[in-house]
Design a protein around this ligand. Structure first.
Ligand SMILES: *Cc1c(COP(=O)(O)O)cnc(C)c1O
Length: 467
């Protein structure tokens, strides 16, 4: 085999990639035909590919590079830690300085009394931990029947068997006997697609009350917890109506069930506050964190746990842990990332300056003939593509057809914007500047124009009846 480097011709890299690399959430044969786009470098909000294109990353990688690319401080923190102590575990009565420092820092940043951390290397692992945490919690409180966890359709909580079962992605459940037993799902608060003739406020209450109905159906004495993302991310950046979260909070309190806020995307500034729970004004017992915790520079996640839950869990041996729980290099990089987010007031800038600036421009996309609603909180947003705005109608074509056409146009215009079905979503690095926001919106508009023309040409601007 010849020596491979970033200077190897793209076609050769693509062929080798297709021959040996199985990609996540990808139709392998389809990718092999087209060839993967190969990213070689990145700086700030900009990616460079193997053909030398400069691409504006409107997704911060996978929602994670909050601090932006190319921060040497993080590379240096990793190098320092690797030299000093590259690895040690946190099992069996041992600890190390980076895990101690990061835990104390997270306790300081997290709201309420979420003062305790159990580490994982990803959001999926952390949600698996949460499943075991909440069930163990009730067992230790002599309520062993409280084992059901309620979640929502179209939620995303990860890709392992446990976290994938917590999630509500039917396409995932279909591959591998999921969901596992003891997990129930209720509808998501997606008013645009599922709200029918209700107002958003009525629909928010109605979907929240499905939680109460489900608790009563299962028996309150059998329910351990409810898990949800403050704002759904991978499901299409779905911001719930204002009535939703207060009602959910009322129900979890009334029946005494634990609330898990999956902050893997919302955490660390994405919504304009440190945590999405603050933006949505909810008080969870457990928060899942990952992604923005290290801005993606190292794989790390965890569960932030309340005093009460930690007290109960700590009353026995918790038979659970990962070899890399509290990995020292990942902790050191996360700490440096949090230091930069704080010192450079990046979250405050999103809240007060760039977030409102982006929101105004992004909402302007609803003037485009292809765009129904726009939703945006902080630095995460979505637009719904539709052939008929007034009717809030979906396309007659298969779900995702229009979205894919639009995403291909974005790609060709050197803008990374993802599609979820026929919603287009953004989640740029939090450090994006006003002029880069202008570029993002210009390219999005241009891509929408082209996608609109494509759809008309292919006879796809046909509406189906709304659900
Ligand atoms: C990405 C994500 C996860 C899973 O995290 P991984 O690090 O990919 O395992 C869990 N929950 C939410 C809300 C996510 O967006």
């Amino acid at each position: 085999m010849s020596v491979i480097s970033t200077n190897t011709p793209t076609s050769e890299l693509q062929a080798l990639d297709a021959a040996h690399h199985m990609h996540p959430f990808t139709h392998g044969a389809g990718l092999a035909d087209k060839g993967a786009r190969i990213i070689t470098r990145a700086e700030g909000c900009w990616l460079t590919d193997s053909d030398g294109n400069r691409i504006l990353d409107g997704m911060a990688g996978l929602w994670c590079v909050n601090i932006g690319y190319g921060r040497r401080e993080l590379a240096q923190a990793a190098a320092r830690q690797m030299e000093e102590l590259p690895y040690y575990n946190t099992f069996f009565q041992t600890s190390h300085v980076p895990a101690i420092q990061l835990s104390a820092k997270l306790a300081e940043l997290a709201p309420y009394d979420l003062n305790h951390v159990f580490y994982a290397s990803s959001g999926s692992e952390a949600n698996d931990t949460n499943l075991r945490l909440v069930r163990t919690y009730w067992q230790l409180l002599d309520q062993p029947n409280r084992q059901w966890v309620i979640s929502r359709w179209n939620a995303y909580h990860g890709s392992s068997v446990g976290s994938g079962s917590l999630g509500g992605m039917k396409g995932m459940h279909a591959q591998g006997c999921m969901p596992i037993p003891g997990i129930a799902h209720i509808d998501q608060p997606n008013w645009w697609a599922e709200g029918g003739d209700m107002s958003p406020e009525e629909f928010g209450l109605a979907t929240a009350r499905q939680l109460e109905d489900k608790i009563l159906e299962l028996g309150p004495e059998n329910v351990a917890a409810f898990i949800a993302e403050p704002v759904q991310g991978a499901g299409g950046v779905i911001v719930p109506p204002e009535t939703y979260w207060p009602e959910i909070q009322r129900i979890t309190r009334e029946y005494g069930i634990l609330l898990i806020a999956d902050e893997v995307i919302c955490g660390f500034g994405r919504t304009g506050n440190w945590f999405g729970s603050q933006t949505m004004d909810i008080r969870p017992d457990i928060m899942t964190v990952a992604k923005g915790l290290s801005s993606g520079y190292q794989p790390i996640g965890g569960s932030l746990v309340s005093d009460q839950v930690a007290r109960v869990i700590d009353s026995a041996e918790f038979n659970h842990g990962y070899t890399y729980s509290g990995h020292p290099v990942a902790c050191a990089v996360a700490l440096e990332n949090l230091r930069l987010l704080e010192d450079e007031a990046i979250v405050e800038r999103v809240r007060d300056i760039t977030g409102p600036y982006l929101a105004e421009k992004f909402r302007g996309l609803t003037d485009h003939p292809l765009v129904g609603e726009a939703q945006i909180v902080g630095m995460m947003g979505s637009i719904a593509l539709t052939p008929d705005k007034a009717a809030r109608a979906p396309f007659e074509a298969d779900v995702g057809t229009a979205g894919l056409i639009c995403r291909e146009r974005c790609f060709a215009n050197n803008l990374i914007m993802r599609h979820v079905g026929d919603r287009m979503i953004i989640s740029p690095p939090l450090v994006i500047s006003e002029s880069e926001i202008d570029t993002l919106i210009d390219r999005a508009w241009q891509s929408l124009d082209q996608a609109h023309a494509d759809l008309k040409e292919q006879g796809l601007m046909k509406a189906a009846p709304r659900n």
